[in-house]
Structures are given as structure tokens and as C-alpha cells.
Write a protein that binds this ligand. Structure first.
Ligand code: NAP
Length: 272
């Protein structure tokens, strides 16, 4: 499993992680960790905290330092006093002393500068080692970056897959501008596309992996990018782990690019 520096942090993190929504399967998570999928994405929202509890059960046998644990605060909790309270609840459910990264799940009504200030305080207190955002477009990202005075924004986590490549034209360039990590959620979705299926199938056969692994390898071809597929099925976990060691060459990337072209964005950054 390849590791990659997580944006401006000093942490090397598995390029393929594990999502935890809907509520994950403990054994599947453990299989993933054993295969190097040590980057685990959860949120207070998932199952009203139940996902975090299952993650706690799954990670119990592993050294905490071997994991990169990410959770998210709901926008409705993202106030000056709400952020630390939500973080404490997540830490309690996850049975851990700290989060490696803590994200604002999406932008709500609370001013971004208030949320960012609260997240920076949590870094200072050692409750979280870094913070980031999710579902922010470049306008919101600029505002968030201006609000971050003492610690950089570690990542933006967005919907990014073969059917939704518009972040390559909007949020990914922003990530390059400030070297933050770019995390793809719902990475396995793709539109029905006969030609695309043929391309993925041919590359999968060539490399002895699944089409999904090829799709993931394509998404993480950029050096700032990570993907967090969710899998409850052990065979799926194993297939996803294979993507962490798969590097596509230029002609393979071009073939996928042609089959699943980037389209112009109509409207706002999409969310699941
Ligand atoms: P996803 O990971 O793209 O797809 C999950 C689905 O794909 C499941 O049905 C899973 O089935 C199946 N699957 C997994 N690996 C597979 C493989 N190798 N071959 C075939 N099928 C496979 O979508 P997602 O769950 O929406 O997104 C992943 C994670 O991103 C979430 O769990 C969550 O942590 C995060 N997320 C974040 C946001 C946000 O707003 N920040 C929004 C949505 C999601 P099985 O379970 O049966 O294996």
C-alpha cells in the first residue's frame, strides 16, 4: 500500500482509505487495516455516532499510531462551543485520545471563521492533529483558508469519481495552490458506459485486478489525492487494497480519460 504525505501535514497516509457510511462491518474494516488501509474516514453523522463506535471496536487491537483517523463535525455543531463538544463526543465513541484530522462536514449557517478558529484551538490543545473541510467549492475554500491563521487546511473531501470529475477543474487546482490533500468520497460510483466498462475491463485483466481497483488507481493518480471507498464485503476490501499498489501508465490514464471525460460543471459542487 502506497503512503502519501497528507497535504501540508507531516503524516504519511495510505492512498486508499476506508469509508464508514453506512455503518461499517467490523471484520471488513480489520481486513482492510491488515492490508494497509489504515486511513479511516468517519463522521458523527454516520449512524448517529454508531459508525464511530464500530470503528472503535475494529481498531481496538491495532496500535493507535499505525492509524490515520478522520472524523467530521456536523455544520449544526460547528460553532465556537459546539466544535469542542462534538469532538469530545467523537473521541469518546472512537475510544481515542486524538483525531488525526477533523473536518467540517459541509458548510452550514455558522460563519466559517468561527468554525476554523474552534478547529485551530483543538489542534493547539492536542485533541486533533490537523483539520480540514469537506464539500467546499473554491469560493468557500478561499474564505476558509483566509480564516486559518495558525494551522493550514489539511484537506478538502469531495464527491469525486469517474462520473463526477468536475472537481479536477475546480477544487483540485485549489488544492494544488495550497498543497492541501484532496480526498475522493463515493469514489466507486460511475455512470453506465459501455465503452468505459470495456476500457476498465481490459486494464483490469492486464493488471490482474478488478475494474474498481483500476478506477481507484485512476482517481489517485494526482499526487495530492486519496480515495476512501466503503466496503462491507471482504472481497471488495481486498480489491480496493490492490489499487493502492497499482500505478497506471500515461496511455492507460488517457484511455480512461477518453472513456469518462471531464464535463463542465453545471451548478454547485455536487454532494451525495
Ligand atoms: P463508494 O465507496 O463509492 O461505494 C460503496 C459501495 O461500493 C458499497 O455498496 C460497496 O459494497 C461497493 N464496493 C466497495 N468496494 C467495491 C469493489 N471493489 N467492487 C465492487 N463494489 C464495491 O461510496 P460511499 O460509501 O458513498 O463513499 C465512501 C465513503 O466516503 C463513505 O463511506 C464515507 O466515509 C465517505 N463519504 C463522505 C461524504 C461527505 O460528505 N464528506 C459523503 C458520502 C460519503 P459492499 O459494502 O457490499 O462491499
Amino acid at each position: 500500500m502506497r503512503l502519501r504525505r497528507f497535504g501540508p501535514t507531516s503524516f504519511d497516509v495510505s492512498v486508499i482509505g476506508q469509508g464508514t457510511w453506512p455503518v461499517p462491518d467490523r471484520e471488513a474494516l480489520r481486513r482492510g487495516i491488515d492490508l494497509g488501509l489504515t486511513h479511516i474516514d468517519t463522521a458523527e453523522m454516520y449512524g448517529d455516532g454508531r459508525s464511530e463506535e464500530v470503528v472503535a471496536e475494529a481498531i481496538a487491537p491495532y496500535p493507535r499510531a499505525s492509524l490515520f483517523l478522520v472524523s467530521k463535525v456536523l455544520p449544526s455543531n460547528a460553532t465556537r462551543s459546539g466544535v469542542p463538544r462534538a469532538c469530545e463526543r467523537s473521541l469518546r465513541r472512537l475510544r481515542t485520545e486524538y483525531l488525526d484530522c477533523y473536518l467540517l462536514h459541509w458548510r452550514g449557517d455558522v460563519p466559517l471563521d468561527e468554525t476554523i478558529e474552534a478547529l485551530e484551538r483543538l489542534v493547539d490543545e492536542g485533541k486533533i492533529r490537523s483539520f480540514g473541510v469537506s464539500n467546499l467549492d473554491p469560493w468557500d475554500l478561499r474564505e476558509a483558508a483566509e480564516a486559518a491563521k495558525r494551522h493550514p487546511i489539511a484537506c478538502n473531501q469531495v464527491l469525486y469519481n469517474l462520473g463526477e470529475r468536475t472537481p479536477e477543474r475546480h477544487e483540485l487546482p485549489w488544492a494544488h495552490g495550497c498543497e492541501s490533500a484532496f480526498v475522493a468520497y463515493t469514489p466507486l460510483a460511475r455512470p453506465a458506459n459501455r465503452r468505459g466498462e470495456d476500457v476498465l475491463g481490459e486494464l483490469a485483466a492486464r493488471h490482474g485486478v478488478t475494474k474498481e481497483a483500476v478506477a481507484l488507481a485512476f482517481l489517485i493518480r494526482d499526487p495530492l489525492t486519496f480515495a476512501i471507498p466503503k466496503a462491507n464485503t471482504i472481497a471488495h476490501v481486498e480489491a480496493n487494497a490492490a489499487a493502492g499498489d497499482l500505478e497506471l501508465d500515461e496511455s492507460e490514464i488517457s484511455a480512461i480519460d477518453a472513456a469518462y471525460p471531464v464535463r463542465d460543471r453545471v451548478g454547485a459542487l455536487p454532494m451525495n
